[in-house]
Design a protein around this ligand. Structure first.
Ligand code: PAP
Length: 338
């Protein structure tokens, strides 16, 4: 591993893993000063979720949420990518990184970091780093920093949520497809049936659930301040990836110029970040350098990348029941999935 570049001379974002290296912990320890708070929270499901201020968060991550709320130090220009788990995070990380870093790393270039690294190794996961006590790794990144979170909007550090100098791009997905994607991802590490996960989902008890509360939080924030919070939907991105990359670039403050358009840059970004291209990268498993206690294979982040896979897992009754719950929760918000 090359020596970490000096943050003072670099312009961000740069690949997170190139800055922090393979070192898993740098001697940092998970924060234990919140153990009393965490152990007093209601718990549920075999995947160890705790109910924290209206959100179901894994016990490990609750520590990170509290720690981030108390310790996150924002910088002007910070960009935060928000999402519920399994709703397009990996793709959004890749697209945002490719757009923001395109001067240093031309998207069509053979040496682009996304041709050798998983997007999670390019863009750090803020919640995980704080959970592991490794938030100092964020300080090593040059500005502007690009980071992601699965936190509910209501749980974000006030230094982010109320900070006009920090923008948020949010992506969500049709919730039935999220449940299916989650099932395939988590069953590699935990033992439970799809029927069990479905019941938990109906009660809102999935990681960072209830998913409808997650979505509503960012939806409302985006409606209140669209110049600060961009709200994206996975299905719409799949239907028009180039159009969305143009919008994303504008929002991130890096609009494509006429010359960029003439050079086909938006299409190059989409191609670089396509499901097939990212899946084909022979990257290592993801987990250690982002502080995660569970390692997931590179391939596990790229399963199908399609809309409507719920039809292969849910009966019509299950779908009707879940749709009715989501519809009820979103009623009056101006947002709908069906
Ligand atoms: P995470 O929360 O673990 O980071 P996340 O990336 O949000 O997961 O979601 C994974 C889903 O995005 C997977 O969906 P599936 O299980 O229904 O297949 C994954 O296949 C999909 N995905 C990953 N990369 C891309 C991409 N480049 N284009 C489209 N979909 C993608």
């Amino acid at each position: 591993m090359a020596a970490p570049p000096s943050a003072s001379i670099l312009v961000g974002p740069v690949p997170f893993k190139d800055v922090v290296g393979d070192d898993d912990d740098n001697g940092a320890a998970p924060p234990d000063e919140y153990d009393d708070i965490v152990s007093a929270l209601p718990t549920s499901t075999t995947i160890g979720l705790r109910h924290y201020h209206g959100a179901w968060v894994s016990e490990w991550r609750v520590r990170g949420v509290i720690s981030a709320q108390r310790r996150f130090v924002p910088r002007p220009g910070d960009m935060l990518l928000g999402s519920p788990p399994k709703c397009g995070t990996t793709w959004l990380k890749a697209l945002s990184f490719a757009v923001m870093a395109r001067d240093a790393y031309p998207p069509a270039g053979a040496g682009h970091p996304l041709r050798r690294l998983n997007p999670h190794d390019c863009v750090p996961f803020m919640d995980e780093l704080f959970s592991a006590g490794q938030q100092a790794k964020l300080d090593a990144l040059p500005s502007p920093r690009l980071m992601n979170t699965h936190m509910h909007h209501s749980l974000l550090p006030a230094s982010v949520a109320d900070n006009p100098a920090c923008k948020i791009v949010y992506v969500c997905r049709e919730p039935k497809d999220m449940v299916v994607s989650m099932w395939h991802f988590l069953r590699g590490a935990w033992r439970f049936t799809f029927a069990e996960l479905f019941e938990w989902a109906c009660e809102g008890k999935t990681p960072n659930g209830p998913v409808w509360e997650h979505i509503l939080g960012y939806w409302r924030a985006s409606r209140a301040a669209p110049e600060r919070v961009m709200f994206l939907r996975y299905e719409e991105m799949l239907a028009d990836p180039i159009g969305h990359v143009r919008e994303l670039a504008r929002f991130l403050g890096r609009p494509f110029s006429a010359a960029d358009e003439a050079a086909g840059l938006p299409a190059s970004v989409v191609e670089l970040c396509s499901f097939e291209a990212l899946r084909g990268v022979s990257a290592r498993s993801v987990g250690s350098c982002s502080g995660s206690r569970v390692e997931f294979s590179h391939q596990s982040y790229f399963r199908k990348g399609a809309v409507g896979d719920w039809t292969n897992h849910m009966t019509a009754d299950m779908a009707r029941r879940f749709d009715a719950i989501v519809e009820d929760k979103l009623r009056g918000s101006g947002l709908a999935f069906n």
